[in-house]
Design a protein around this ligand. Sequence first.
Ligand code: FES
Ligand SMILES: [Fe+2]
Length: 347
Amino acid sequence: MTAAALKRPRDCSFAPGDWDVLARFWYPVAFAADIGAAPVAVRLLDERLVVYRAGARVVVARDLCIHRGVPLSIGSVQGDEIVCRYHGLRFGPDGFCRAIPSEPGAVPTERMRIQVFPVVERYGLIWTSLDPEADPARIPVFPEWDDPEFDQILPPSIDIAGAAGRQCEGFLDVAHFAFVHQNTFADPNNPVVPSYAVSRREDGVLVSDYISDVANIPHGMAEPVPVPEGFLWRRLFEVQFPFFPRLTIFFPEGLRLCLFNCATPVSARITRLFVPIARNFDRGGDLASVYDFNRRVFEEDRAIVETQYPEDLPLDLMAEAHIRADRASIAYRRGLKELGLGRAYTA
Ligand code: FES
Ligand SMILES: [Fe+2]
């Protein structure tokens, strides 16, 4: 990882110090299946990016022609080049300008290049980092995605008018089930949160034994296997900083459902949520109901996250009051603070 300063976007909505920390991580910005030869505009940490396939490889570049500031996403891709809509300058996958149509035969200078970013296609998503030297080994892990015993499922993304930190903390919050999710899976008469263990990992937080009788069966839907009377559900949360908590829910008979919550900070106030899922039951089963259940649960959360104030997750532990069920979120807040975040996050 480089210590060199990265260039913040002009209209950056993060406190400068926070942006500098967050910009060094990898984030998913698009579904791999959505990226073809047509350029797609996305945003990450307020940076405008264009994503496209140049031949066999995916390119993520600043969505800005260095000639006169036109977004390249309104241009086209021809072969492995992106062509600007305004004066037709052509850029290769390394970002260098290859041709200036108004000057046939001219050799573009080194200066005539667009900024390209590292790209990795993983879990059906396009991952990038604004740090040109970001190490792909730091992309958050999701082991079940590559496990042949599991089906891999990629529901549509969800856009949230809220901060990624707030959304992720909500994903770890087990005290809200009975209140927010009573129409989907929880029981309004079962609000008690049993004690659970929390520990720190080098790159995140582990909530290892949240064991309760709150089932994870959608209301009105069949159980994938018979659930014995009195069955206790174990939930394992593995958070990878900054915004990648993974939840494994243990069903009877060794069945597991794994949800990988990837909260991409479009800006300090907008989050695009990708949730790749893996499960070793209902193999080859109906995906429409999975998409629908997933969307309804995350919409229930979205409705809350969009109301929270301050919008940023307060990392000063004195800023909000805590209850015993919050031990996971307290560890999460501490961990984010240790990354060097803090200014806007204590707003
Ligand atoms: S603005 Fe892109 S070629 Fe002129
Ligand atoms: Fe929730």
